[in-house]
Design a protein around this ligand. Structure first.
Ligand code: ADE
Length: 249
């Protein structure tokens, strides 16, 4: 998968050299290219923003540098390369969910345009929306100073879904929000050695060797945690997916 990020803070994307994403890059599974938007400015001050039409606080990112940057990046695709999906982080976008991560992980090429200030001149999304699949995406109901942290979040969520990126291919099967046996439920607690720590024991059932009882216990824990932390998810659960035992929990 190819990923391009256009930003005025290329150094903000340095975590993409570390850990899971860094290793995927080193193995050649991810081709990540971070670009400085100011490369596509032509004035002495490398200006990327200007005052908003209609007045109001803050500054708006000018369309010209984005247009030049995106045209050049789009033209750099290999002849057999499909068009990229353009991902525009914005607090006014559609929510980023595990389902969207799965969808983006199926794309061969993603281009991210993290903005600063009050956002990018609207005509940029209109222009590229007429030729590409453009997704305006919010990572949550809060406002950050820019879209770079959301890009780190989205790239990590997508990269760990790519074949061969996670060490154990099974390990995202039971993730909270993943489709599967625990669909729609949050993950319950996990334990490892030692069996006693500061006088605290691990739950007996986990060393019972009884797979059925362990699965039942895990599901009950997931249900309990979901009803405490995210009652909205229980409401949204398909009742067909809840068995009689679940309802009694
Ligand atoms: N830029 C600023 N806040 C954001 C958010 N919550 N999601 C995506 N991009 C953003």
């Amino acid at each position: 998968m190819r990923l391009d990020v256009v930003t005025i803070f290329p150094e903000y994307l340095e975590p993409l050299n570390v850990s899971l994403v860094g290793k995927a890059r080193a193995r050649g599974q991810l081709d990540v290219r971070v670009h400085d938007l100011r490369t596509w400015t032509h004035d002495r001050h490398h200006t990327v923003d200007d005052t908003p039409y209609g007045g109001g606080p803050g500054m708006v990112m000018k369309p010209e540098p984005w247009g030049e940057a995106l045209d050049e990046i789009l033209a750099s695709g290999a002849p057999d390369q499909d068009e990229p999906v353009l991902v525009v982080p914005t607090p006014s976008g559609r929510p980023f969910t595990q389902a969207l991560a799965v969808e983006l992980a199926a794309a061969p090429w993603l281009v991210f345009t993290p903005a600063r200030y009050e956002g990018i001149d609207r005509r940029v999304v209109e222009e590229y929306g007429s030729r590409l699949d453009v997704r305006e995406v919010s990572i949550g109901d809060y406002v950050l100073a820019g879209g770079e942290a959301p890009v780190l979040v989205m790239v990590e969520a997508v990269a760990r879904l790519l074949p061969g990126v996670l060490g154990n291919a099974e390990s995202h099967r039971d993730d909270s929000f993943a489709p599967g046996s625990m669909a729609g439920l949050l993950e319950g607690p996990v334990y490892t050695k030692p069996p006693q720590w500061r006088g605290r024991e691990i739950p007996e059932v986990l060393v019972s060797g009884h797979h059925g009882r362990i699965a039942r216990w895990r599901r009950d824990q997931a249900l309990a945690r979901t009803s405490t932390h995210r009652p909205d998810l229980i409401e949204a659960c398909d009742p067909v997916g809840l068995d009689a035992h679940d309802r009694a929990t």
